[in-house]
Design a protein around this ligand. Structure first.
Ligand SMILES: [Ca+2]
Ligand SMILES: [Ca+2]
Ligand SMILES: [Ca+2]
Length: 120
């Protein structure tokens, strides 16, 4: 009984944490095999031109890559669940694409910069 209560408390604490805090990428994540699971309010940094940040997500809607640094640029490649590249989004500004509900891998890359990646 005590154990059940402790588990419930822990679960609610985790839920509260994930609801309020931004989820930061965890390096190394430079390959699809090491992709981070994408939560709400994802953020990360492209630290240099060789850095790639991979995310894995199941969802749908508008996928938005918000470049938040004054300098640099970040872009994204989108792959389907079979690792077939289905889109390249590489403007000088933010990137967005509407995707039907599904499972996707997203590769964030670019010259440098801090970014946020989310479904909108
Ligand atoms: Ca990174
Ligand atoms: Ca990386
Ligand atoms: Ca860009």
């Amino acid at each position: 009984m005590k154990r059940k209560i402790a588990t419930a408390l822990l679960t609610s604490a985790l839920l509260m944490t994930s609801a309020s805090a931004a989820f930061a990428e965890t390096e190394p994540n430079n390959t699809w095999e090491t992709a981070d699971v994408m939560f709400d309010n994802n953020s990360g940094d492209i630290s240099n031109i060789d850095d790639q940040d991979w995310f894995y997500t199941t969802g749908g809607g508008t996928l938005y890559l918000d470049h938040q640094s004054f300098f640099g640029n970040t872009d994204m490649y989108v792959y389907n669940a079979n690792m077939v590249r289905i889109g390249v989004y590489s403007t000088a500004g933010d990137e967005e694409v509407y995707l039907p509900y599904g499972t996707y891998y997203i590769c964030v890359l670019g010259s440098s910069g801090h970014y946020a990646l989310d479904w909108r």
